[in-house]
Design a protein. Structure first.
Length: 497
């Protein structure tokens, strides 16, 4: 019998990745992404960021072709499809199911004033109590900008979609979305367990622009004839799952239950924890969305902390401070000779724009406590990594205030998590063990599809093959040193905010 596969797509702003996962073994048979150089982002004005939805489709076709050619798999061997996608985007389509304009993507900031006005006019109790966030710069506010600035185009809108919804539309010809997806756009009312009519009414949006809501894990739609012919897939193949990239990253790390945490530390850093009760941060320093397994009967909320100045700070240190030409691994070796706390040096890592954890203030990066007689490059490099960790822990304090019991952090072995110093500092300061796992967003989406079509009975079965690479426990013998360094960092931060 021929092997059977699940197919996962991860639609990012830099590329689209595709993975084939063998059904029986749960192992990834092949992965590929396109384009190999970073996809373009259009910025007609400062603070704007747009991409063509049709380009995402073309990238998907290219990445799919690569893995099908590599494995020799045929369309009829693919049993279900899952989709992960860049969050918070806005795709507007007409009645012909064609995009009316380029998508306004996650890093576009033009809608900030619209969200702020909505929050002030509607009131914090209504917004936080029902949306669990300020309307902010999310999808609903982006649509408000279109309504105000492109009224003729707005009148032609048939449906609005998130990037993953658009890819599902291209695959199936059907318009639908999920409660998790609507929640990331500030279009889901957690008190009413339905789309947020009060915000739609405030902005003047007809409810008809929202696609049909389907469960995250379900046969949401099926591959249509046109897409099957274009992609070489089998008509009728079910689309069994979709989620935004951060909820999907948590799924990929088998993070489903209250108190479990998923963390990433690339250019920016994300800590995403699952909360079992409907709650929010009154200052909106972290964002709360419906997690992939959230239901009206069992609350599973994803609380997201984003730190913009993460790997980009480490890269800046390598480029600007470290001896010329050394690798990240060599940097880590140099800073290992510096004691915990960097002998009094603290680095505030917020040099990559406004930080939500600081209530959207832009304070910049800064270095504190330098003594010219004893501190060198290695002190600055270690203090930078410690500063990134401490910013994570600062946000995790907010999560704990919301009722989250953080005992374990799941992470992929990539980017900053390749550093022993970064990992040990995070474990020892937070008091949580870190499990390093071999995972990938498109592989997670494929396994999500397996759950959605009923092949796996639950997430534990779906991720039974997830490979654990290492466990980093808190260094209890030296924890007081780490906590003292964290307190030193917070005192430095207090001078800047």
């Amino acid at each position: 019998m021929e092997k059977q596969f699940f197919l996962g797509f991860d639609v990012g702003s830099s590329s689209v990745k595709a993975s084939l996962v063998e059904m029986e073994s749960g192992q990834c048979a092949a992965s590929a992404f396109f384009p190999e150089s970073e996809a373009p982002i259009k910025a007609v004005r400062a603070g704007w960021a747009e991409q063509s939805p049709e380009n995402w489709w073309q990238y998907l076709k290219q990445s799919l072709r690569k893995i099908m050619d590599e494995t020799g798999a045929k369309g009829e061997q693919i049993r279900a499809i899952g989709i992960s996608y860049q969050m918070h985007g806005l795709v507007c389509i007409d009645k012909e199911l064609k995009p009316l304009r380029d998508a306004i993507i996650w890093c576009d900031s033009r809608a900030v004033p619209y969200g702020e006005r909505a929050f002030n006019n509607l009131g914090s109790d209504l917004c936080l109590g029902h949306l669990l966030n300020s309307p902010g710069n999310f999808t609903a506010s982006k649509l408000a900008w279109v309504k105000d600035n492109e009224p003729e185009l707005f009148d032609k809108i048939y449906k609005i979609m998130l990037p993953g919804d658009y890819i599902a539309l291209k695959l199936s010809g059907e318009c639908n979305t999920t409660a998790s997806g609507l929640s990331e756009g500030m279009l889901w009312d957690f008190q009413e367990n339905r789309p947020a009519k009060f915000l739609m009414d405030y902005f003047g949006f007809p409810e008809s622009v929202l696609p049909t809501v389907v469960p995250t894990f379900s046969v949401q739609s099926q591959v249509c004839r046109a897409a099957a012919e274009e992609l070489g897939l089998k008509e009728g193949t079910p689309i069994g799952y979709r989620a935004g990239d951060q909820p999907n990253n948590a799924l990929s790390l088998n993070v489903f239950n209250p108190g479990e945490i998923a963390a990433t530390a690339g250019t920016s850093g994300v800590v995403y924890g699952v909360l079992g009760d409907v709650n929010y941060d009154p200052k909106s320093r972290v964002n709360t969305f419906a997690h992939v397994n959230h239901t009206a009967e069992a609350n599973r909320l994803g609380v997201l902390l984003c730190i913009n100045g993460t790997g980009i700070l480490n890269a800046w240190m390598r480029r600007t401070v470290a001896p010329e030409g050394i690798s990240y691994a060599e940097m880590n070796d140099l800073m290992a000779a510096v004691p915990i706390g960097s002998e009094g040096v603290s680095v505030i890592p917020f040099g990559n724009g406004a930080e939500r954890v600081l209530e959207n203030r832009e304070i910049g990066a800064s270095i504190h406590g330098v003594n010219f007689n004893k501190h060198g490059k290695a002190h600055l490099m270690r203090a930078a990594q410690e500063g990134i960790v401490f910013s994570f822990c600062y946000g995790m304090e907010i999560m704990r205030e919301m009722g989250m019991d953080i005992q374990k952090i799941h992470a992929g072995r990539a980017n900053m998590f390749l550093s022993d110093i970064f990992r040990q500092t995070l474990a020892s300061t937070s008091g949580a063990s870190i499990e390093l796992l071999e995972t990938d967003g498109s592989v997670g989406a494929a396994k999500g599809a397996g759950m959605g079509c009923g092949f796996y009975k639950d997430h534990d079965e779906a991720f039974a093959s997830l490979k654990r690479l290492a466990v980093i426990d808190p260094d209890l013998a030296r924890r007081e040193e780490y906590l003292a360094a964290y307190e030193q960092w917070k005192k430095a931060l207090s001078k800047e905010v």
